[in-house]
Design a binder for this molecule. Structure first.
Ligand SMILES: [Zn+2]
Length: 360
């Protein structure tokens, strides 16, 4: 999930009070073979066949299906970039995409980190439209290496895990629901790409720095690498919509106003109104650095749909007691919240496609 940079935050607005949010992600430890106690207890096989059957019966987004998928995803264990855990996570994502009848691409990216050059791997699905214009929907699947530095270690007692149910799981599950829905809709005027991002979490000392082209950037590796690749190929999209921490039981998506495009914020607020969600969603306001920052920096209008209050108030003044702790587990999420996020996105779709076509 996203990491804040204190000075960049705008203060939370009173509207935040209206929404409650609790979510949870879970901390995880790096997949270190020397620490067998950190290994997940079991890794259930992706239920692709059942997913395919269910989808054939009803392509409408299902929060229940999304939550069940997150439970299986988190049971795979931590998803630290470059580890076997990340590979297992990608396999699960790929299986779910194939169950929707689409073939994904893997996008390997070598990026510079404080641990030297590491490979990050995004999973990409492209649903072409009648025109070359396209919208990219993104979410990250990685979890941080919580043994790496004092910041993480303080939240994760030895033996505890970070499985990132909300932070790294919820956005992916909703992305899969949107992919199924748009695939079922058929070819539209505008193309839609789905980007399952690696390496959002910080590697190395704070502060969180996702600045595009900054050699000292220490986060959003998958997003930065993908943006650079598309920029070089002159293949940047017309809009980018990021989903992060969107499954909290008490969902209150916030207006991320510091880096998100103002037109997209207004567009999604109109969508919230049309879907009857305007009293609870996109009410409060604050700044948030996340995977949308490098897209916005490259000139792609972008928005981060994120719920910043996750769990009971945190005395440390952070996102909530479940954020970046072992408590970020699937039981902190709910099917209605996941479905609400998907419905909001689909409500925004017509206007978003007009935006992408240049009818702004
Ligand atoms: Zn995070």
């Amino acid at each position: 999930m996203s990491a804040p940079r204190g000075a960049r935050w705008t203060s939370a607005l009173a509207g935040l009070v209206l929404a409650l949010s609790l979510g949870g992600c879970r901390a995880e430890a790096a997949q270190d073979p020397s620490r067998p106690s950190d290994a997940p207890k079991q890794a259930p096989a992706p239920e692709s066949a059942r997913q395919a059957d269910e989808f054939a019966a009803d392509p409408a987004p299902s929060g229940r299906r999304a939550l069940r998928w997150i439970e299986g995803f988190c049971a795979l264990g931590p998803r630290v970039p470059g580890t076997a855990g990340a590979e297992k996570a990608r396999a699960a994502i790929v299986a779910a995409i194939r169950a929707a009848g689409v073939e994904p691409k893997l996008v390997p990216l070598r990026m510079s980190t404080t641990r030297g050059e590491l490979e990050f791997v995004n999973v990409l699905v492209e649903l072409p439209g009648k025109s070359s214009k396209r919208v990219v929907w993104g979410a990250h699947y990685d979890t941080p290496d919580v043994r790496e530095d004092p910041y993480w270690q303080s939240e994760f007692p030895e033996g505890s895990l970070f499985v990132g149910a909300n932070d790294g799981g919820s956005g992916i599950a909703v992305l899969l629901e949107l992919l199924r829905a748009l695939r079922a809709r058929g070819v539209g005027e505008v193309g839609h790409s789905f980007l399952f991002l690696d390496g959002e979490e910080r590697i190395g000392p704070p502060p969180f720095n996702p600045t595009l082209d900054d050699p000292k950037a220490n986060a959003c590796f998958g997003a930065r690498g993908q943006v650079a690749k598309w920029r070089d190929a002159k293949h940047l999209p017309e809009a980018f919509v990021l989903l992060d921490m969107v499954g909290d039981r008490e969902l209150d998506l916030v207006r991320e106003t510091t880096y998100s495009d103002a037109r997209l914020l207004e567009l999604f607020q109109r969508a919230a109104k049309s879907a009857g969600l305007e009293k609870t969603q996109l009410v409060g306001e604050r700044g948030m650095m996340d995977d949308h920052v490098p897209f916005q920096a490259a000139g792609v209008p972008s928005i981060d749909l994120i719920d910043w209050t996750y769990g009971p108030p945190d005395a440390r003044g952070r996102a909530g007691a479940y954020w970046h702790t072992p408590a970020d587990t699937p039981d902190k999420l709910s099917a209605p919240s996941l479905e609400t996020t998907a419905k909001l996105c689909l409500a925004a779709l017509p206007e978003l496609e007009r935006f992408a076509r240049g009818e702004r």
